[in-house]
Design a protein around this ligand. Structure first.
Ligand code: F6P
Length: 525
């Protein structure tokens, strides 16, 4: 319990005191008083460039944050993560997503048991299937090639693959991907609209294979296939990805269409596993392999770089300086790349499901705030929606700006305009603009940004970017002393929905609070 030791508490107190002092002076002025500021707070990692100099931390604030990371033994926790020890204590599991993206020949172990051979075997199975579908060797029941993959899954079984597809998909894909997550019938209706079952492959993705939304949508898709192709024909159009192989087999998926992963892969860390099968089909194996390589490059950096030059650690500390040092419970994420528009949605699950916790690992109540709420949208569209509040709202909301150096799509001058906006917004948020005569035109400034630059939205930098955030979430979780890999908070609502459903469908009324009882009565059908 490193997070609760007197040394850690002292480091927290020092950080909070220093943050308070730092908030009393302007960020922009620090470049004069700290000549090494830019050099100290910018770094390159796995092909990404980070500028963390526009945060409120002074040199002393930065040192206090590093001292906290040392006191909290981030390096020791990191070693235990990579060693495959149990880091998800409430579910008694390691968290070894790094094993999924390591090159062939790696030697990851989960609680001492080698896992790399089975990772490689599944990767080979995925590759064969993806290449077979792309080449038309694996075709539908009537002999037609698959032209669309319908990916059915929710949460971690949806958001990562969808982000990757939207980021990397060709303008005119040979094979289209459509995603179905919500149990709202409108979603599957829209996904299946206009498709020919004879040319459609359905992949049902669920770690547990018990998730209501996914099973309901999976059954609906199977019925849609069978209506045209018959039950046997439908089977040739179905594949499943799960850590619950028996559950997926019960669903009726043929063994050679079943892709396994393991309980040491957290749902929101699973896009690197067979959960990414649909993206491997839609984008091609080489692209998927490069995505993995980008993630692995960030793993190498995170595992080996000293804390003071470690991108995930420093990004985590910068965020934590705002969250806990300056009590800022919201953060915006603004990718200046339409292709990365789903990054905020992906990070909402990664950050808020991982670190939105109220107790420490021993069940003790936390004495300081954990995950910040994350929201955002692509720049520049976000500028015309919520940036007003970022510049002039009563609360300071730190912003992650993710920009792309060499976007080469579309007419030639668009990219420069896009970049100009990204850079200018970060500058404006920091320097502000005093206007005492017209207070409504006053920009207070001192609103921090993390500036993250990718060379291009190509597979390797994207993999590195996602892994950067995964590891920064880990670093924060270590320092808050929480289990970043469980998600008990999603259970109660699921349980109650199971009780409410039969009541809505005409069953006997259950025992509820008056508001809930009245809603059920109103909506009963
Ligand atoms: O939202 C809760 C959750 O358990 C997530 O952690 C997970 O990513 C999602 O549901 C889907 O779970 P599964 O892959 O088991 O269907």
């Amino acid at each position: 319990m490193d997070a609760n030791t007197p040394a850690v508490e002292a480091a927290w107190s020092a950080l909070q005191a220093q943050a308070k002092a730092d908030a009393a002076s302007h960020i922009a002025a620090r470049y004069d008083t700290e000549p090494d500021r830019l050099q100290r707070l910018t770094l390159e990692a796995a092909g990404l460039f980070l500028d963390l100099s526009k945060h409120a931390w002074s040199r002393e604030g930065f040192e206090a944050a590093l001292a906290l990371a040392r006191a909290g033994d981030v390096e020791g926790h990191r070693a235990r993560l990579f060693a495959g020890e149990i880091v998800n204590r409430t579910e008694r599991r390691p968290a070894l997503h790094m094993a999924l993206r390591a090159p062939d020949g790696a030697d990851f172990k989960a609680e001492g048991k080698p896992v790399s051979p089975e990772v490689e075997a599944t990767r080979a199975q995925m590759r064969e299937f993806a290449e077979g579908v792309r080449a038309g060797r694996i075709a539908g029941a009537t002999g037609l090639r698959f032209r669309t993959v319908v990916h059915i899954g929710i949460g971690g079984s949806d958001l990562g693959p969808k982000l990757v597809w939207e980021a990397l998909k060709p303008l005119e894909p040979a094979i289209q991907l459509r995603f179905v997550a919500n149990v709202d019938g409108a979603e599957i209706a829209a996904a299946l609209a206009g498709l020919d079952p004879a040319e459609t492959l359905v992949i049902v993705v669920s770690k547990s294979f018990t998730t209501e939304e996914t099973l309901v949508n999976g059954n609906a898709a199977r019925a849609w296939l069978a209506a045209k192709l018959g039950e046997d024909g439908a089977n040739q159009h179905l594949a499943a990805v799960s850590a619950n192989v028996e559950g997926a087999a019960r669903f009726g998926v043929a063994p050679d269409r079943l892709f396994a992963f393991w309980d040491w892969v957290g749902g929101r860390y699973s896009l690197w596993s067979a959960v990414g099968l649909s993206t491997a089909i839609g984008l091609g194996w080489e692209v998927f392999a490069q995505l993995l390589a980008g993630g692995a490059a960030m793993d190498d950096h995170f595992r080996t770089a000293p804390l003071a030059r470690n991108a995930p650690a420093l990004l985590g500390l910068a965020h934590l300086f705002g969250r806990n040092g300056l009590a800022r419970p919201i953060r915006a994420v603004v990718p200046y790349a339409r292709r990365l528009a789903l990054l905020p949605a992906f990070l909402q699950q990664l950050e808020m499901e991982s670190n939105g916790k109220q107790v420490g690992e021993a069940g003790e109540p936390l004495i300081r705030g954990s995950a910040a709420a994350v929201f955002g949208d692509a720049g520049t569209t976000g500028q015309h929606a919520f940036f007003q509040m970022l510049h002039q709202g009563t609360d300071v909301i730190p912003v992650d700006i993710v920009a792309v150096a060499n976007g080469d799509e579309g007419p030639p001058d668009h990219q420069a305009r896009l970049l100009a906006n990204a850079i200018a917004q970060a500058e404006a948020l920091m320097i502000g603009h005093a206007n005492p005569q017209e207070p409504w035109r006053n920009f207070p400034g001192d609103r921090p940004t993390s500036f993250i630059l990718l060379d291009r939205v190509t597979p390797a930098p994207l993999g590195a970017l996602i892994a950067l955030y995964e590891h920064k979430v880990f670093v924060e979780g270590v320092l808050w002393g929480i289990d970043s890999f469980d998600q008990w908070g999603v259970e109660l609502g699921k349980t109650l929905a199971k009780q409410v459903l039969p009541e809505l469908q005409g069953g006997a009324a259950g025992k509820h609070d008056p508001s809930t009882t009245a809603l059920i009565a109103k909506l009963k059908r």
